[in-house]
Design a binder for this molecule. Structure first.
Ligand SMILES: Cc1cc2nc3c(=O)[nH]c(=O)nc-3n(C[C@H](O)[C@H](O)[C@H](O)COP(=O)(O)OP(=O)(O)OC[C@H]3O[C@@H](n4cnc5c(N)ncnc54)[C@H](O)[C@@H]3O)c2cc1C
Length: 388
């Protein structure tokens, strides 16, 4: 199957701070030129004003699971959708299943309820539904927004709609204050309707750049504590660990990637095994015969979305960067601190890839020998002459 994502020629409009927009033949097209509700400028690093809310009468409730204390991009889009649609009498509340370490105010949330006792990796749909029903009963939201994903939120939104008889729209690809749109008949038709009670958003329907922030006030989730307890009609046997090498690159959360600068491929593969990371490669490393074509990341390879992507001896050519644009943390190991990958990387280790691989392996093994205690950071970095 061809995995290369293609632009949908009939793609819907994306809701942005300047209204519904899409790029048409290199130009930005607008669904309604008068729709700009907020200025699209000023949402970079400059301080943004707080969205004005006075005499709040309504609530838009955004619900999402967190992953290791953070919301993923899709969840942030659901939050941005609510924030963009909220008027001056409407507050945006965020209910998070799991721990939330990040500040949700810049993402547009006015009120935040985090339920750290829940864990995305545990299967507890009934408990989650009970907590959501109780939260909705307390806040009386006008609409619920959830990312329509396969990792808990999409399922929870459907369960909520079924339990309450609420109206629901799934796989929503276009939204504004007046309507939601979704593909129908295997994408041959486009269906629209007015905003339903529960809105399950497809990824990419919302631009998360907001010209304002939310109030970000933390609310105690104590009133929801214990609601999730109680007998479950099933037993959660937990997650089954599989060999990282078996995970499709597009699904891998932790990837180590080799480029032309990696000489000892055996040591690199060993490191991947020690880390439990999936293996990827640049096109040159694939062309050299070190890896099979399915490991290639980039414009003519795969697009990956790992939380951590370590690029060993990869220059960061534009075609390679295209494949890692959605990765959360990129770590580069390169002899050349001015290689293009350093501009994309969140952390650059200026050093030899092969020495770094050996040092990392020694550090992990030493840590495991001392009963799983984490290695001291200096023991990893000192021999490498690491520079952030
Ligand atoms: C149409 C087209 C499509 C392409 N598609 C892709 C694609 O999908 N994916 C892809 O990756 N490329 C693709 N390319 C190729 C791309 O342009 C680059 O040539 C390629 O990514 C370079 O691979 P590299 O960084 O591993 O090798 P190099 O460019 O050779 O870079 C090696 C890097 O390793 C560093 N280095 C060297 N020795 C060491 C060492 N001992 N320790 C640490 N660092 C070291 C060097 O400083 C350098 O930065 C495409 C090109 C074209 C024209």
């Amino acid at each position: 199957m061809n995995q290369i994502p293609r632009i949908d020629p009939r793609r819907p409009f994306v809701i942005t701070a300047a209204g519904l927009r899409r790029i048409t033949l290199g130009e930005t097209g607008s669904a309604d030129p008068n729709a700009a509700h907020w200025s699209a400028h000023g949402h970079g690093t400059a301080a943004r004003p707080r969205r004005a809310v006075s005499d709040p009468r309504h609530v838009l409730l955004v619900v999402a699971h967190s992953e290791r204390g953070a919301l993923d991009d899709h969840a942030c889009q659901a939050l941005a959708a609510a924030a963009l649609l909220a008027d001056a009498q409407t507050e945006v509340a965020l209910l998070v299943f799991g721990e939330l370490k990040d500040d949700a105010a810049p993402l547009g949330a006015d009120k935040v309820i985090a339920l750290p006792t829940f864990d995305r990796r545990a299967f507890a749909p009934d408990a989650e539904l009970r907590a959501l029903l109780a939260c909705a009963a307390a806040l009386s939201p006008k609409h619920l927004f959830l990312p329509d994903n396969a990792t808990g939120d999409g399922d929870l939104g459907r369960r909520y709609a079924a339990a309450t008889g609420a109206s629901v729209a799934t796989h929503v690809v276009e939204i504004d204050a007046g309507h939601v749109g979704t593909y129908a008949q295997v994408k041959r038709a486009f269906a629209t309707r007015s905003l339903p009670d529960v809105i399950l958003l497809a990824p990419g329907a919302v631009d998360t750049k907001l010209p304002f922030t939310g109030a970000g006030e933390s609310l105690s989730g104590d009133f929801l504590l214990g609601i999730g307890d109680g007998a479950q009609p099933y037993r959660d046997l937990g997650l089954e660990e599989i060999d990282a090498a078996q995970v499709a690159l597009e699904e891998a959360d932790f990837i180590v990637s080799a480029g032309n600068g990696v000489a000892d491929i055996g040591a690199f593969e060993q490191l991947a095994g020690v880390f439990g990371a999936a293996i990827a490669a640049s096109r040159v490393a694939v062309d050299n015969g070190h890896f099979t074509r399915d490991k290639q990341v980039g414009a003519t390879g795969k697009t990956v979305e790992a939380s951590v992507y370590i690029a060993f001896g990869i220059s960061g050519a534009v075609q390679h960067l295209q494949g890692i644009k959605d990765c959360r943390h990129v770590i580069a190991v390169n002899l050349d601190g001015s290689a293009p990958i350093a501009k994309r990387a969140n952390l650059t280790i200026v050093g030899d890839a092969n020495e770094t691989i050996a040092a990392l392996m020694a550090a992990v093994q030493a840590a495991r020998r001392t009963n799983g205690r984490a290695p001291a950071a200096a023991s990893v970095r000192e021999p490498l002459g690491a520079a952030a």
